[in-house]
Design a protein around this ligand. Structure first.
Ligand SMILES: C[S@@+](CC[C@H](N)C(=O)[O-])C[C@H]1O[C@@H](n2cnc3c(N)ncnc32)[C@H](O)[C@@H]1O
Length: 304
């Protein structure tokens, strides 16, 4: 902590202006090695004070209410402990939607938008398709697909009841709650008792795929704050996907497709394993914006 910063900590927050608050916030974030310190400090201050940037700048030298100042600095300290910004601000943008997030549920990532785009492209002219989002988390995929395909029946499942509660709440914000069937349970087991066997046109899956070796090297923002249940895919990261592919033929319609998000280096391995089962053929593997093979698309062949 800088000398100035230590001094401020001791006397604060009696009468800081927003420009002083911003300087102090940036100092605390830089001290904690937060890369985008100035921008993040602004977002957090806007949230804590309930004002936008224009107002902050217009009244930059006016003293701020000490209670609000405290609140802002408490949020800054959470970020300085490497809690993800999205948990602090309470939301993340995904496919143009504001998705609510909270500790215990994975924050949506931009690369997962590939799954939504592929599902929409496949089913746009399909009459009344049934789409399953397995491991729905915040519901970002199910909600985006339900919104883009008004004819579809969407099923969203997760092992985590906390995730399902948040996903339902997010769907409510967009008036889509009743368009989605919410199921709790492990991989595809909750679907079988619902009469959905052989009827699902597409399964979208962003299931845990971090291997144990990768887990050790995750940044603290992820490793210490995001739920392990959402990330840990077993020794080589593919345990949950192997189970999905064993169970998927039972719920997919003939020629139904599976879209799976995978990590770096996993697409080839998964495709090889799939070729050995003869239950699916690989339609394609799509890269994300960084060129990493990110989404494996399979089609069911034959009948189980
Ligand atoms: C990587 S997160 C993805 C969340 C969300 N679909 C997204 O794209 O942001 C994986 C989700 O799968 C759930 N999950 C993990 N293992 C599962 C299992 N065996 N059966 C069902 N859901 C599971 C986790 O609770 C978590 O919500």
């Amino acid at each position: 902590m800088s000398h100035d910063s230590a001094l401020l900590k001791a006397v604060m927050p009696s009468s800081l202006s927003s420009s002083q608050l911003h300087r102090e916030a940036v100092a605390r974030l830089l001290q904690a090695n937060i890369a985008n310190a100035s921008q993040e400090a602004l977002w957090i201050i806007e949230e804590a004070l309930g004002v936008n940037r224009v107002r902050l700048l217009a009244y930059a030298e006016d003293p701020i209410d000490p209670e609000r100042c405290q609140r802002a600095l408490a949020l800054i300290d959470r970020r300085a402990s490497h809690e993800p910004l999205q948990y602090i601000l309470g939301s993340q943008e995904f496919c143009g939607l504001e998705i609510g997030v909270k500790a215990g549920v994975l924050i949506p990532r931009p690369e997962s938008e590939l799954l939504v785009e592929a599902t929409i492209a496949l089913l746009r002219s399909h009459p009344h398709p049934i789409v399953l989002d397995v491991g729905t988390g915040s519901g970002c995929l199910a909600i985006s697909v339900a919104r883009a395909l008004p004819d579809a029946m969407v099923v969203a499942s997760d092992r985590s009841l906390m995730a399902l509660r948040l996903a339902k709440k997010n769907a409510q914000c967009y008036g889509l709650h009743s368009r989605i069937l919410w199921l709790a349970g492990d991989v595809l087991s909750p679907l079988l008792s619902r009469g959905l066997a052989g009827k699902v046109a597409a399964i979208i899956a962003n299931l845990p795929y971090i291997s144990h070796a990768e887990w050790e090297h995750l940044p603290p923002d992820v490793k210490e704050f995001e739920p392990r249940l959402a990330l840990d895919g077993g020794p080589d990261g593919l345990d949950v996907y192997r189970r999905l592919l064993q169970e998927a033929p039972g719920v997919l319609a003939p020629e139904g497709q599976v879209f799976m998000e995978v990590g770096m280096g996993q697409a080839d391995r998964l495709c090889e394993e799939v070729a050995n089962t003869k239950l699916f053929e690989v339609v394609n593997v799509q890269p994300d914006l960084q060129g990493i093979p990110r989404m494996v698309c399979l089609q069911r062949v034959g009948h189980s």
